[in-house]
Design a protein around this ligand. Structure first.
Ligand code: AMP
Length: 198
């Protein structure tokens, strides 16, 4: 049973690693960004509400984001563990996640910080803009997203470090290598036991 949070700047490779780790650890990957994009694409009420924030590279308000995650964590597949990708991103969201988990008598097992320098993440995001056509992958919006991350999300690393939960993984290199680095760190801590170690 693994309750894992992936954190890192936009473009560090969280989404890609989340999918691979979810498979290896047999837990659902829960990405607030994916949930929002799904709703935007399908023009749901939520999608219409969040679209302007996402397109501008701003964070969706905490009340909305917290409600989405509270609902998602109640689903049966998350009872045996989960991988959170892109949530929490603010101190209010940390408080809400703490509340949700402690109500279940659980807590996070590990916070994996994926690092990558700014030049690298900007070039990855510009490449993704061409490949996937995400509206928030333009140069101006990317710059804003990096600023918002530095202001609002980077401070969470200290919060989780103080709890002894953070393991820092170098996000540079081949996708497979980064996955292996993370899996090695997890198995070292007795997490994600089903993962192959080589
Ligand atoms: P991501 O796919 O994680 O890069 O998220 C894409 C966008 O969705 C972000 O730039 C925000 O606009 C929004 N978003 C995703 N997760 C959150 C969150 N935890 N809090 C607020 N906004 C979020």
């Amino acid at each position: 049973m693994t309750r894992l949070l992936l954190i890192g700047p936009p473009g560090a490779g969280k989404g890609t690693q989340a999918e691979r780790l979810a498979l290896a650890c047999e837990v659902p990957a829960i990405s607030t960004g994916d949930i929002f994009r799904y709703n935007v694409t399908n023009k749901t009420e939520l999608g219409l509400e969040v679209k302007s924030f996402i397109d501008a590279g701003a964070y969706v308000p905490d009340t909305l984001t917290n409600a989405i995650v509270a609902d998602r964590l109640k689903e049966a597949d998350a009872a045996g563990g989960f991988l959170l990708d892109g949530y929490p991103r603010t101190t209010d969201q940390v408080a809400e996640l703490d509340r949700l988990l402690s109500a279940e008598g659980t807590q996070l097992d590990i916070v994996v910080l994926i690092t990558a320098d700014t030049d690298e993440v900007v070039s990855r995001l510009l490449k993704r803009a061409v490949e996937q056509g995400r509206a928030d992958d333009t140069a101006d919006v990317i710059r804003h997203r990096l600023d918002v991350y530095a202001e609002q999300t980077a401070p969470l690393i200290d919060v989780y470090s103080a709890r002894g939960l953070v393991v820092t993984i170098d996000g540079l290199g081949a996708v497979e290598e980064v996955t292996e680095r993370i899996l090695a760190a997890l198995t070292e801590r007795g997490l994600c036991a089903s993962a192959p170690t080589t």
